[in-house]
Design a binder for this molecule. Structure first.
Ligand code: CP
Length: 318
């Protein structure tokens, strides 16, 4: 694997999840693999789990990890080709990225979408420009449309907790939120579920929240949440703003919040969320604090997902 921006960069997602599970069982099993190598983690946006789990993973591989909150502390970057930079941007990515490529062996980047211009966000211009100009492997720490490290941790969580001896039923359920959020986590989870192919995968959301079909191809899609939950083994709760009326909040219907009562229709369903979560808006306290919730285990698995990805890139680019 040269870069890690999406499930489509991964030759075998099951093998990568197996590698993550192996690191979970033996965290220091490759502690010299990254010796003498340095990863630069650039955050144009805030983070808790992604920032810390990636640093821990890199250190467990013997790498040095340097974090730069470029969004808050760096020069304002310009990404437009041919821009006349007489406004607020100070440095073009064409100039900054090659320098970062000299400082680091791997560059990892978080860059959220603006949620104003769908074509612009879905072009993934920001992270693509780093790929184009840095000259080193690039890892997505969540881009405008996808969050692949989260999705790999999600896949690991499902695989390590399911003991049904059959295909699990996995439901991605939209939930209300107070702010317009990107589609990244939902797009990415749908992409990983469909590429993996090991689950009966259902997406449920109110009208107007259809995701980009390139990510949900092969999934069952319904506006009927109760029907979707019937017999479900996993409910992945996530808000996203509208893709169709781009970036808009079309509904804040509190009936879509997951409660224990709704879980009665499931197969003792396990509940997932990428975090951070708005308690009693997306998910009720009673669900998050119950044995149904996998959110802490899921967030813990972010370390092993990052470690598997970095190890693969280190080996592939040795
Ligand atoms: N799930 C996730 O990416 O968490 P952070 O935004 O805290 O990194």
């Amino acid at each position: 694997m040269k870069h890690f921006l999406s499930a489509l960069d991964v030759p075998d997602v099951t093998a990568l999840a197996d590698s993550a599970a192996a690191f979970k069982a033996a965290p220091r099993s490759a502690e010299t693999l990254g010796r003498g190598k340095r990863i630069g983690c650039l955050f144009l946006n805030p983070s808790l789990r992604t920032r810390l789990s990636t640093q821990v993973a890199a250190q467990q591989l013997g790498m040095e990890a340097i974090v730069f909150n470029v969004g808050a502390e760096g020069w304002a970057l310009e990404f437009a080709e041919g821009a006349v930079m007489n406004g607020t941007t100070v440095e073009h990515v064409k100039d900054a990225a090659p320098i970062l490529g000299q400082y680091f062996d791997i560059l990892a980047i978080r860059t959220f979408p603006g949620l104003k211009d769908r074509a612009e966000d879905y072009s993934e211009r920001y992270i693509s420009q780093f790929v184009k100009y840095a000259g080193v492997p690039v890892v997505s720490l969540e881009s405008a449309t996808l969050h692949p490290l989260q999705s790999l941790a999600d896949l690991l969580t499902i695989r390590e907790t399911f003991a049904g001896g059959r295909r699990p039923k996995v439901v991605l359920s939209w939930a209300p939120h107070v702010k317009p959020l990107p589609q990244c986590v939902a797009n990415s989870f749908a992409q990983w579920m469909t590429v993996w192919g090991g689950a009966d995968f259902v997406v449920t959301h109110p009208e107007g929240y259809t995701l980009d079909p390139q990510y949900t191809k092969g999934a069952s899609i319904t506006h009927n949440q109760d029907e979707a939950f019937e017999g479900a083994d996993y409910i992945y709760v996530k808000n996203w703003s509208s893709y169709e009326q781009y970036g808009q909040i079309l509904s804040n219907d509190t009936d879509w919040m997951l409660t224990l009562d709704k879980l009665k229709a499931t197969n003792n369903g396990k509940v997932m969320h990428c975090l951070p979560v708005r308690r009693n808006v997306e998910l009720s306290d009673e669900v998050l604090d119950s044995a149904h919730s996998l959110v802490t285990q899921q967030a813990g698995n972010r370390v092993w997902a990052a470690q598997a990805v970095l190890a693969d890139i280190l080996k592939s680019n040795a």
